[in-house]
Design a binder for this molecule. Sequence first.
Ligand SMILES: Nc1ncnc2c1ncn2[C@@H]1O[C@H](COP(=O)(O)OP(=O)(O)OP(=O)(O)O)[C@@H](O)[C@H]1O
Ligand SMILES: CC(=O)N[C@H]1[C@@H]2OC[C@@H](O2)[C@@H](O)[C@@H]1O[C@H](C)C(=O)O
Length: 368
Amino acid sequence: MGRVGHEPVWALGTMSGTSLDGVDAALVLTDGHVIHEFGKAAYRPYSGAERAVLRAALGRWPGEAGVAEAAEVVETAHAELLSRFDGADLVGFHGQTLAHDPRGQGTHQAGNGAVLAAVLDLPVVWDFRTSDVTLGGQGAPLAPFYHFACARFIGATEPLAFLNLGGVGNLTWADPALPGPEVPGALLAFDTGPANAPVNDLMQARRGLAQDEGGALAAKGVVDDAVIEAFLAHPYFYKMPPKSLDRNDFAGLLEAVAALSDADAAATLTAAAAAAVARGAEHFPRPPSQILVGGGGRHNATLMAMLADRLACPVQPVEAVGLEGDMLEAQAFAFLAVRVQRGMATSCPATTGVAAAVGGGRISRPGA
Ligand SMILES: Nc1ncnc2c1ncn2[C@@H]1O[C@H](COP(=O)(O)OP(=O)(O)OP(=O)(O)O)[C@@H](O)[C@H]1O
Ligand SMILES: CC(=O)N[C@H]1[C@@H]2OC[C@@H](O2)[C@@H](O)[C@@H]1O[C@H](C)C(=O)O
């Protein structure tokens, strides 16, 4: 990339995840290879009204009803949150995934980076997933290149795995001893299955609550093994990675627990998330030394206990190695923004199934 520097810059990354709870933003000082320092991070929840607009647009594509309204909610929430930060050199704006169908209609993240570039008066990197999909990849997960940098940052020398427990779960196996993330054998990544989304949907439907706080309800229930067995027969679990999911790909799971008590249903959906991760771990090229967990699901003690039961290596929140589990994804899009700006790859065959290591993303500059 000519004289575009190799100096580290402060990148401000954002994530508005599949749980539709709100927007995370975090500053990272990086050159796109190495994490030099972490800066301030902040969260802005969506209001009930905003969440309703986003929920109504789930599964929709650009131009369809409700999508422009959803994009406006996303842009407004991000502009409000990001205006609270000083000192950023550029922004990595993920947007809100409304639909994801990589081998069909594509992938759709609502929100226009050009709008944010104008409001914030900063270059904004956005639309991270489309070019990977266009080149035959899944367009997700994209955090793995960042996970590789995290593995280096914490001084790991043995293979390890990162597990994100958001609405959907995803696993990255990484070997930090290899020279870089795109080197064959350095990474293997994929979505594991539904993580918190089905439990959240159950809690909403049965109790009018957003989540099963701490996994307390699930802890009181009994897992229905027949439901788990039927769940694991889903064709997704027979696909080789890389592979990715849309939030509602397992919508039938909620029907499968319809006849169970609230506690048994919560226990069974929580066990399904853990079983999907354990099934995913069977794909690891070599056993990892540990699995480090980020995302909101690490606050669910029942889910964490079920994971520890089903996995052969230690499972602990990323805080155990000094990382911030609520901000990993926002930090990932800060890191990836710098890579995009510098013409570096953001995905490779082992992370998204794309044919070769590729970069992605659009860059909008203020005043352009
Ligand atoms: N204290 C808690 N107890 C139980 N569950 C929790 C707790 N805190 C967060 N969660 C779960 O984590 C979810 C939020 O996780 P997170 O913010 O990582 O998801 P996301 O980023 O929206 O999703 P994705 O990573 O799939 O895009 C909540 O919706 C809830 O289900
Ligand atoms: C299409 C899409 O937005 N996928 C998200 C979602 O949330 C978790 C999982 O499904 C993962 O594939 C991805 O996000 C993370 C940040 C990623 O790209 O690595």
